[in-house]
Write a protein that binds this ligand. Sequence first.
Ligand SMILES: [Zn+2]
Length: 81
Amino acid sequence: MGATERLRFRNYVVAQDLMVNREFRARCVSGSETECGAESALSEDIKVVDQWIVQHFHDTGHDAFRREIADYAVVRAGEWL
Ligand SMILES: [Zn+2]
């Protein structure tokens, strides 16, 4: 899987680096004027992040979160045009 981009006479392919695990993190965005801002640890296991969300909800009643999902990308030069 990858996307092909064209840059001056040559194509390049950008794809997820499958040798590196994706990373997940959650931040609590509860609060009307200022958000709580509490953050989970970075984890390669989304279940760990979701468990943190449940624990934070249990402790605070906060129920809105932003989850980040990060991956790593590699690029390869493709054919000349
Ligand atoms: Zn919170």
